[in-house]
Write a protein that binds this ligand. Sequence first.
Ligand SMILES: [Zn+2]
Length: 301
Amino acid sequence: MTFQEGGSFEGGRVRKGGGRGRGPLIAGGGIGAVLVALAVAFLSGQTGIDLSGLTGEDGGGSDALGEGQAQAVGDCTAEQANTDLECELSATAQALDAYWDETLPAQSGVQYELPEVVSFTGQVSTGCGAATSAVGPFYCPSDRTVYIDVGFYDDLTSRFGANDGGLARMYVVAHEFGHHIEQQIGAMEAADRSGTGPESDSVRIELMADCLAGMWAGHASSTPDPDTGVTFLEPVTEQQLRDALSAASAVGDDRIQESATGQVNPEAWTHGSSEQRQRWFTIGYNGGTIQDCNALDAPSL
Ligand SMILES: [Zn+2]
């Protein structure tokens, strides 16, 4: 996926947070479960949630980049967005903003509110508790923030076996924005995300986010940047689409379970199978609407 020549993206959209070199974290199943209930991580909970508690211990200004001195990703040209991962994240966030700013009110009557976007390394304090990069990218509904460690993209290819490529990475960001859209239209609140299994609301909320990500991807090359008038992305090629689908497939529960344990246990699913994740992304990509993406109420998944 390539940002269109002539595009430029103002800094400040993506905040930098987190920091390395801190003490070891306390992992705890119960505490982990609390965060899982509050945040929507990109990957299955089985793949290594590693969290410290929801205590004040990790809050406030103890981060390497504390609240008062928070930095942001600066101005980026399209060329930088095509070569630098943080610029790519900033540009992708702005492309998602422009798309949802039009589409959300048009299709649901809800005014789009910008989610915060944080690019972090190591560990980060969030409205859903402290989290580490091990959680993978996630959205926290209580602070309406998308948290991305761009280092995850290496895991996506090397550990989970997805194709490399810009659209694969953008799919990750668009999926988390999908959770924000779910939050805005009330789907997140309507869902009971405490359960697991192929028909669970947990899986439905994830498939819906994949579908909403597909909606954006299908329009990203025809959405102009309101700041510059330049269309965000060049038209999606077949290969780029395959890359995005390969990322969706790589993080399917069945695929992750199979590679971790050699077995598939649908009752433990939280995100949906590889086939389902690709299919729901495709529904959105091929002209689907928010209504079409409503996996929460879909009779079959
Ligand atoms: Zn998700």
